[in-house]
Design a protein around this ligand. Structure first.
Ligand code: PEP
Ligand code: MG
Length: 587
């Protein structure tokens, strides 16, 4: 027979974890379990339920065994992923729904479980938020594990071949990725997955180049093919020709050289040439992101988004559960500080039960602090958990989407109530915990001087500030060309906020995406920011530029930039100045 070998074909997926890998392919069978739905008699209902319960127990045992293995290999920091799978497995809805279907529809356990999965998937697929949609694949992974036990195949453990390979799979579970030996597996590609799937987050945390969401990778690529994957751009080349191979090799060497150079910066201070210091921190949502933030020289967490604890469940997490998560984060990041943001859901971030349904204008609706102030019990539960974690290290707390002074006062008064409740229970916390606000609404910019009297720090959320200032939906891809961080209105806003903060003697921080873009650093330094918080891999890139600039010269850059009427002109001016002054720092 013999199939035709694909030569030098490009496929495009989603770059999930940067880096270039070149190796031959190893296919890992993670194909779906074939499920046959069969009718049963009412006499068989009890047996089918028992089979289902037994399969759940086996899957739980398997995950617990895996947890042990992973703890031995990686230590405790990645166990969160397995825990979240255990939580899905123990979800009351998953089992009650399946058992009910067995009983009412008179179908076998695997058929009922598959139907429950489809209901869960339909529910998640309705969601606009990419992160939430991705949670459906976590549920699917867990259900597959149970199905395998029902149909009698246990989950095939990954056993690696000799030599270096790139894994090609329909999907990989987070636990598959945690078992990867980086000496042998230099990268992976999958049909499924998105940028915020757990597997992608783990690949970034472990620094394994990966491309996901290729859809047809397992259909097109066969064992023994040679592959180039670019985890930044999402491009995969199958059986590259000589020129493509050479070019990829050069890019790989260049990438690794830059990475080594940037790694050398890890322990060097984040200071400008004239000694001006900016704290460079990481943004985090998961504990497993912390090692990468540390490896990249982050000096703490400038934005800990707590939403993830509230997603994918029917009841909000209680004080103990939240405390456990915050405490783990604080311990892991110590001695550096963790800045914990209170719940920011609503708008494009949806949580069942908490949100109002069908708001006409969710981005302008009951979002973030507005939701917290409407549900003081949920808010105070979170505040008590944060306060308790403040006894374990340096913690700051801040509130999202503040539009005026009244909201800050209301939030602070609930914080005081939470403190009093802890005092009455005799529970320790940091009495002098710093309190801040996100500046991400134009009204907050205009009254930054009034707000600065109420809090200990500001953190500018440019993702929303740009959205609300320019009236551009941040999730609308048709408007992305208008989403301009260098728009004169944005630059003026940044200046007003930093100046108001400093006039009141408080810190001006930034934690939106703009903070992690190296080419913006001269502007942010010139404006006088005290702290920038960003994704892990941006930290050394931003630090490299910072160490080449002086505060004085960037101040003049800012003054000149403020005179241009359009973002395009500001950008052109900046590019020119940057190329002339620090051309070698920007590659
Ligand atoms: C922002 O708006 O810039 C921000 C950091 O918050 P989020 O992206 O979570 O809305
Ligand atoms: Mg925001």
């Amino acid at each position: 027979m013999g199939s035709v070998r694909i030569e030098n074909r490009e496929m495009r997926g989603i770059g999930a974890s940067p880096g270039i890998a070149i190796a031959s392919v190893r296919i890992t069978d993670r194909s779906r379990v074939a499920v046959v739905e069969q009718p049963i008699s009412s006499a068989e209902v009890a047996t089918e339920k028992d089979r289902f319960i037994a399969a759940l127990a086996l899957a739980r045992q398997e995950l617990q065994g895996l947890k042990q293995q992973i703890a031995e290999k990686h230590g405790p920091e990645h166990l969160f992923v397995i825990d979240s799978h255990l939580m899905i497995l123990d979800d009351a809805m998953l089992s009650s729904e399946t058992e009910q279907l067995i009983e009412t529809e008179l179908i076998n356990a695997e058929g009922a479980l598959k139907r429950t999965l489809l209901q869960f998937k339909a529910f998640f697929e309705e969601m606009e938020d990419e992160y939430l949609r991705e949670r459906s694949s976590d549920v699917e992974t867990v259900v597959e594990r149970v199905l395998r036990h029902l149909v009698g195949h246990s989950h095939e453990p990954i056993t690696w071949v000799e030599g270096k390979v790139i894994i090609v799979a329909h999907d990989l579970t987070p636990s598959d990725i945690l078992q990867i030996d980086k000496e042998k597996v230099v990268g992976f590609v999958t049909d499924l997955g998105g940028k915020t799937s757990h597997s992608a987050i783990l690949a970034r945390a472990l620094e394994i180049p990966a491309v996901v969401g290729l859809e047809r990778a397992t259909a097109e690529i066969v064992a023994g093919d040679n592959l180039i994957i670019d985890g930044a751009t999402g491009v995969v080349t199958i059986n590259p020709d000589r020129n493509t191979f050479r070019d990829a090799l050069r890019r790989k060497q260049r990438y690794e050289y830059l990475d080594r150079e940037l790694a050398k910066l890890k322990d060097l201070p984040a200071v400008a040439t004239d000694g001006h210091r900016i704290l460079l921190k990481g943004n985090a949502e998961f504990l497993e992101e912390i090692p990468s933030i540390k490896r990249h020289g982050g000096e703490g967490i400038g934005l800990y988004r707590t939403e993830m604890l509230f997603f994918n469940r029917t009841e909000p997490p209680g004080e103990e559960e939240q405390y456990a998560a915050y405490a783990a984060m604080v311990r892991e990041v110590a001695p550096h500080p963790v800045t914990i943001r209170t719940l920011d859901v609503g708008g494009d971030k949806f949580v069942a039960d908490l949100n109002l349904n069908d708001e006409l204008n969710p981005a302008l609706g009951v979002r973030a602090i507005r939701l917290s102030l409407r549900s003081p019990d949920i808010f105070k539960t979170q505040l008590r958990a944060i306060l308790r974690a403040s006894a374990l290290g340096t913690v700051r707390v801040f509130f999202p989407m503040i539009s005026g002074v009244t909201e800050v006062r209301q939030a602070k008064s609930l914080l005081e109530e939470a403190k009093q409740e802890l005092r009455e229970r005799g529970v320790p916390f940091d009495e002098t915990i710093n309190v801040g606000i996100m500046i991400e609404i134009p009204s907050a910019v205009l009254i930054a001087d009034l707000l600065a009297r109420e809090v200990d720090f500001f953190s500018i959320g440019t993702n929303d500030l740009i959205q609300y200032s320019l009236a551009i939906d941040r999730t609308n891809e048709h408007l992305s060309h208008l989403y301009e961080p260098l728009h004169p209105a944005v630059l003026r806003s940044l200046k007003m906020v930093v100046d108001a903060a400093h006039a009141a003697g408080i810190d001006a921080c930034m934690c939106g995406e703009m903070a992690g873009e190296p080419t913006f650093l001269p502007i942010l330094l010139g404006l006088g920011f005290d702290e920038l918080s960003m994704n892990a891999i941006s930290i050394p890139r931003v630090k490299k530029i910072l160490r080449r600039c002086s505060r004085a010269e960037t101040e003049s850059l800012v003054s000149a930039s403020m005179n241009f009427p359009t973002a395009a002109e500001v950008e052109e001016y900046l590019q020119r100045e940057i190329t002339a002054r620090f051309s070698d720092s920007f590659d």
